[in-house]
Design a protein around this ligand. Structure first.
Ligand SMILES: [Zn+2]
Length: 237
């Protein structure tokens, strides 16, 4: 620090000397004040690099982050970028089970349509719990699954016969919901071994399809020709 300060002082001294010699060409003693400003340019290069020490650039979030909401992990950016979602959706990463809304039930993650919020227990909190149902899935997969529920909600919101006041269950009446019901007709309700019915089956198919790193597309989508056809026709890739 002292070295830098000394360097700056030397620079200022040099600048003053230069200004003095310039001024000595004429007898306008008023000249010195403007000269510090041109001299500011040469002093900048040495201070520039130290003033901005390689900022750690955070990748821009594909969604605006409403006040009080968490940042989306970068691993789910591709899912966010591809899916149609309700505006102003929020992520809340919480570190206690009792901070999850009651409507989450036993799940450690959920989507609540009224406030358009994806809730998830942090990984650290998750690890403290015995027999976590989500432990066999990555945080990215769980978030992708919840984003797929948010996408279902968007289908409900934009459907003229429905609207924002309708809940997720109304998704089955949207064109996408009807197409998924048709694609899964004849399959056992738990063809994806997580149970939960058509809303959950869709969220799992959607997450497996949109998150290739999950490695689940083959068993949950491609293994069922009609489901695979549905995914190709209705889901982005
Ligand atoms: Zn779900």
């Amino acid at each position: 620090m002292a070295g830098l300060a000394a360097g700056i002082l030397v620079l200022i001294a040099v600048v003053w000397l230069a200004a003095g010699s310039d001024a000595s060409d004429g007898d306008e003693a008023v000249l010195p004040p403007p000269s510090p400003s041109p001299s500011a340019a040469p002093t900048r290069p040495p201070t520039g690099p130290t003033a901005s020490p390689s900022p750690t650039p955070e990748p821009a979030s594909p969604l605006p982050i409403p006040p009080g909401c968490s940042r989306w992990p970068e691993a789910v950016f591709p899912v966010i970028e591809k899916l149609e979602l309700p505006a102003a959706i929020c992520l809340k990463l919480v570190d206690r089970l009792d901070a999850l809304p009651q409507s989450c039930g036993d799940a450690r993650a959920c989507y609540t349509p009224p406030d358009r919020t994806v809730w998830k227990l942090t990984n650290a909190a998750e690890e403290q719990l015995p027999n976590s149902p989500l432990r066999s899935f990555t945080a990215e997969f769980v978030l992708a699954h919840e984003l797929c529920h948010a996408h279902q909600h968007w289908q409900v919101i934009k459907e003229p016969a429905l609207g924002p006041e309708f809940g997720l269950a109304s998704w089955v009446g949207t064109p996408e919901g009807r197409a998924f019901a048709q694609a899964t007709q004849g399959l056992p309700p738990n063809f994806i071994p997580l149970g939960g019915g058509i809303l959950e089956n869709f969220a799992n198919v959607c997450a497996a399809w949109l998150l290739p790193t999950s490695g689940l597309q083959q068993q949950w989508v491609d293994a069922f020709p009609n489901v695979q056809r549905f995914a190709r026709a209705w889901l982005p890739k």
